[in-house]
Design a protein around this ligand. Sequence first.
Ligand code: AMP
Length: 299
Amino acid sequence: MEILRFVSELRCWSRSIRSVPGNIVGIVPTMGALHAGHASLIRAARSRCSHVAVSLFVNPTQFGPNEDYARYPRSFDADCALAAAEGADVLFAPAVEEIYPSGPDSTFVEVPGLIHRLDGASRPGHFRGVTTIVTKLLLAAEPDFAFFGQKDAAQVAVIRRLVADLFLDVEIVVCPIVRDADGLALSSRNAYLSPAERAQALTLSRTVRHVESLFAQGERRSEVLLAAARRIFAVEPAIRIDYIALVDWSTLEPVEIVAPGTLIALAAWVGTTRLIDNTILSRVVCSSPLRASDPAASI
Ligand code: AMP
């Protein structure tokens, strides 16, 4: 696996690969501290693309001034080993100055309609940072496919809108959430949790599952489902809800009556760590969600 540091190298690599008929380039954007969730994205990319680039960039512009940019977990050597083991052809790991050559005056990209919803409401500027870095990566890598996790469901909605609005010539592939055996969605930020907090953090996946089962039993009223979700959090006062919402996945607008395809999304503070979880409500409750240990934990 080759490690690339410069946009010009990534573009040159992609163009030379894509100049060969039949070759297909996929990109998996990440902020590093790779885990089995990221691995599932790389495997999904491998299964669809002849060549795979993984990007590793802790993007400063998607962190607020009081957020965890400085202490975000960084594990470059382990990340290289994981990406190589999963079959990535290149790892793109640029410096901040390479991505933002004009510093704070750099051009940004914004999706105004969705920017203040869900995570955008509690993390002002977050989605602007996300859409800016994703646009830059897509312009630099010119991939056929780009792979994202449903774990960040609101991010997926914003990126789909970005790609549609700017006519970006790439297909967005969304991969299922990979969870630990007890249900906790894998996240680089789980590393911040103490053992007690990790136990409390299970409230998120428990809530998602509870709403999913009420939906499967026929409940369709958002206010009833949201009240049931809040009751689960009420017995775990150490956790502070940021949001719990039932929304249309493409507009992120709240729905009053839930339909198959509605997203239940939540974010909560466990101590000083903010975690998110979600699921797409469907008629059938999935009895065996993806586990980190499952070799088939890819799309
Ligand atoms: P991050 O490094 O946190 O920015 O995540 C990079 C990509 O991995 C994003 O598309 C995330 O949605 C995805 N991802 C993170 N955690 C998981 C997970 N547990 N399961 C599947 N995808 C994930």
